[in-house]
Design a protein around this ligand. Sequence first.
Ligand code: MIG
Length: 689
Amino acid sequence: MIQLYRYGKPFETDTILQKPEVRPEGTLPYFKTEKDGRSFSCPLKAETAVYGLGETVRGINKRGWLYVSNCTDEPAHTEGKHSLYAAHNFLLIADAHSFGVFFDYPGELTFDIGYTDLNMLRVSAREPADMDVYLVEGDGPEDIVRQFRGLIGRSYIAPKWAFGYGQSRWSYYTADEVREVVRRHRENHIPLDSVYLDIDYMERYKDFTVNRETFPDFPGFVQEMKKQKIHLVPIIDAGVKIENGYDVYEEGIKNGYFCKKEDGTPFVGAVWPGKAHFPDFLDARAREWFGGKYKCLLDQGIDGFWNDMNEPAIFYSEDRLNRAFAEIKKLEGRNLDVKKYNDLLGLINDLSNNPEDYASFYHVCNGKRVRHDRVHNLYGYHMTRAAGEAFEKLEPEKRILMFSRSSCIGMHRYGGVWTGDNRSWWSHLLMEIQMMPSLNMCGFLYAGADIGGFGDDATADLLLRWIAFGLFTPLMRNHATLGTREQEVYRFPEALPAFRNLIRIRYALLPYLYSEYMKAALRDGMYFKPLAFVYPDDPDAIHVQDQLMIGDELMIAPVYVQNAAGRSVYLPEPMKLVRMRSPKDFSEENLEKGHHYLPVPLDETIFFIRADRCIPLSEAGESVEEIDFGSLALLGNVQTKAVYQYYSDDGYGKDYDNPSHYATITMDREENVTAEGKMPLRLAVFAHH
Ligand code: MIG
């Protein structure tokens, strides 16, 4: 049951398309609405867990920290931070009587979850809140999430090829460098489906252009890659370079599509290309225009994009920079005491992503002017929506890959997310594990972090452990920033066989992983779940913060500690441990319910199959296209009988709900396997070769 409580006159965020009727009377149950009209507080019992908030720092249970929804280009995702790139304002308060609550609010919102007071949850807006609050009640956490997801609408569905392994680096400067990346994967038989193009493919960082010197005959190059079963995925940035003769700039100016300052002139902020304007994605006209621009790349054979810098990130605003220079001139030649010295540093350090700048420009939404800071968290969403709405028109039959850095709930209908500029740190591997179920609750199923870490230098052991986990995440992309150690897997020759085998395991598991992803998307379910959602009555399970359930069949327990030879794992029920070194080399062991210490060598990934469950695997391939989703080998943990609902479609079209995409696969104790359904399937038992 979902109820809507309205405070003031909320801004229409377009997050919820079908709203329940507004409660005519009363205030939000469970919460005390404070007199300031902008905060809600709710006492927490000792045993209560708080889930949700999607892409945020810290654990799966969010208690014990203060989180601020304020989309920020944050380059250091350390524990002390309060905001990252996203605003996912959904909470699930879980104990004997669980409920969910969603704050549909586009401005800055603070979630004090046992930070000020260990036993108090307090949600507060910066200004007297005009907001819609949705209360979701149901039959336990999974049901509450399902209802919430029904409210926000079906999650974005990625093309099947985007479940393959992707390689990225800022930057591959030329087509030849990209060719080399592909060649080295192919000649080493490391599966690969995509290579990402970062900002350097563009001409002077101008969106929707391609540098003709470094990428001559781009459409030809896209086809050449397609022949090798590689999809090129270019980046698109939010800021539009100011340059005479550049069509995107000129059209934007002519039609008033850019965000404007108080005086009506377009706001100038700098990003990669230097001075830029920011499209007003909240204006439906501007959205349609910008979305239409993706066509020029689609026409060249491109079928996927990543949207970046859309918090929006601003290096500096023109006005602030001018003021800073004026102030600096005043300091020039003077004896700078500590205060003046700090003033000088402040002038520089406060240039980027400055809150005052975000309060200095405006959007026009449905004919009304609104100051950016009041709707800040919608920007990335509406940029991605611009693309998504255009794709529906331009390519109605085809899935286009799209994921974004900044997001808020609502965007999940148009694209997935990657979690931004993490580092090659062990703690960030754990952070990714913990973010995934939270993102799923908020509708973001197609998600993943930069495998191996974006900033700082990766090592072979970190990358091995990261891939051993990353092979389960829908978006599986290795990405790093320029200046760091190169981290394509072939840069680590001593570990190359292990990398090859682990990535092949991803491809072997794809029939299962893709089927689970699709079912989660089509049924408003979660792909990754905390153990607490599946075993709510098991006091040991509900505290586990570093193991995840996948679908209804698997549990995973990744190793994320440097030089750990293994890890402790809690089994809430007897399960079968599968140790996989390659799709052809694995071992199985039945384990009892309870706590275990399991050695896990660097070249292995482990997972656990629940009782009376089975999963379908394929012969691995070197690209998704090579995988035969109709020829399956089953791996099960069967005492009496395991029944698996298998989903398989062509992976490119949008005929998602056709019942012929489902088959019911059964495996009995004697390992007889049968299938029911319209699709032709060849079944076998997954066996050692
Ligand atoms: O300020 O395009 O998060 O993935 O490589 C950096 C360059 C801009 C940030 C993205 C990152 C990307 C980088 N971008």
